[in-house]
Design a protein around this ligand. Structure first.
Ligand SMILES: NC(=O)c1ccc[n+]([C@@H]2O[C@H](COP(=O)([O-])OP(=O)(O)OC[C@H]3O[C@@H](n4cnc5c(N)ncnc54)[C@H](O)[C@@H]3O)[C@@H](O)[C@H]2O)c1
Length: 345
């Protein structure tokens, strides 16, 4: 069975998802949506020749040549998009974060469950090969029981205005990037081991001219089993994307640093794409080879296509999106109160 895929959005992550789907057997991108049709046409011509261009989400979702719809739109458009796809009875993958709050994520879960449609939550770090190796080694007992995790994601700030608009986007760096590390921590410590309370700090240290959201944030997540995750996010760190996880266990430890690339060099002239949000093209450079695979985008799309074709719920689905949103809500409550806050599922 070839799974025919429609993508909503024609920006940064849509482009990544198209690259990722090129790695997935039995899938074909058949339709693209942008609120400006010419952008969908341009993306189709450049990246998915033959795909139909739409400026209506409902029409794309109703296309008989679309089985599964991937939502790659700004946070504030996820509800409208999931509604349109569920109304057409199609499977839906939604990019992270699922909703802007736990209430919104629960609404999205209710929409897909009431419509009875298949749902996937696109958290790429759950599929990043370096992290999957750690998950597998932990599962085999190689390092004993994981006890603490320190996860950080940082860059110098997002590429599009909707991220900076904290009121419509739903938050700042913690919402945008904390969601990744929260899901990694849930996988490491067990999804049946809930986060019970969090303590968080956030501040706008540099970008007050652009956003009312926090551009720097830290959160401590206490798990029911006693484990602790420390999550750091930053929109103020220059020098390219930073993605790092450190895990301490009773009989070992792991470090995954996606930016410790297997190649680096010194160049006096620009030599093409290096890495997401690189701040420089010359001097010492640290390109990430096969970025879509290194970051887990190809593997997540493969998992979604395979589980959709098999009629099985994927390992990352809207239930996970809801759990992550509940933890993020508690982080924002803690930033406001200055105290530990419970996580309400
Ligand atoms: N690692 C990841 O999985 C990852 C990485 C980056 C972004 N994202 C997520 O993807 C989503 C989009 O981010 P992006 O980086 O692609 O943004 P982007 O600005 O590059 O692209 C967004 C697209 O949506 C369109 N758009 C904007 N507002 C819209 C609206 N109200 N209705 C319909 N279309 C609208 C834009 O024209 C553009 O085509 C966000 O939810 C973001 O959190 C996920």
């Amino acid at each position: 069975m070839t799974v025919k895929i429609g993508i909503l959005g024609s920006g940064f992550i849509s482009d990544r998802y198209i690259t990722a789907l090129e790695d997935v057997k039995n899938s074909e991108v058949t339709a693209l949506f942008s609120s400006r049709k010419e952008r969908a046409e341009e993306l189709a011509a450049r990246r998915a020749p033959g795909a139909k261009a739409y400026d209506s989400m409902a029409e794309l979702a109703a296309d008989p040549d679309v089985d599964l719809v991937v939502i790659a739109l700004p946070n504030e458009a996820h509800v409208e998009a999931v509604r349109a796809v569920a109304a057409a009875g199609k499977g839906v993958v939604c990019t992270k974060p699922l909703g802007r709050t736990a209430e919104e994520s629960r609404e999205l879960l209710a929409i897909v469950e009431e419509a009875g449609v298949w749902h996937g939550y696109a958290e790429n770090q759950a599929f990043a090969p370096n992290l999957v190796k750690i998950f597998d080694m932990l599962a085999s007992g190689a390092a004993g029981k994981p006890l603490t995790l320190r996860g950080r994601e940082a860059h110098s700030g997002p590429h599009a205005p909707h991220f900076w608009d904290a009121e419509t986007g739903g938050g700042g760096a913690m919402l945008d990037m904390g969601c990744h590390m929260i899901e990694v921590a849930r996988i490491v410590f067990g999804k049946d081991n809930p986060v019970t309370e969090v303590f968080a700090w956030g501040a706008t240290l540099v970008h007050g001219d652009k956003t009312t959201g926090e551009d720097s944030a830290v959160a401590l997540l206490k798990f029911a089993g006693g484990e602790l995750a420390t999550i750091e996010t930053s929109w103020i760190e220059r020098g390219g994307m930073q993605l790092r996880q450190e895990i301490t266990a009773t009989e070992g430890r792991f470090v995954a640093d996606t930016m410790s690339t297997p190649v680096w060099g010194f160049v006096e002239n620009p030599g093409g794409y290096l890495v997401e949000k690189a701040n420089q093209e010359t001097g010492w450079v640290f390109p990430v080879p096969e970025e879509a695979r290194s970051y887990g985008f190809s593997q997540e799309m493969r998992h979604f296509v395979e589980t959709f074709a098999a009629g099985e719920l994927p390992s990352e689905n809207f239930h996970d999106g809801v759990a992550v949103s509940a933890i993020l809500d508690a982080c924002y409550a803690s930033m406001r109160s200055g105290t530990w806050e419970p996580v309400t599922l």
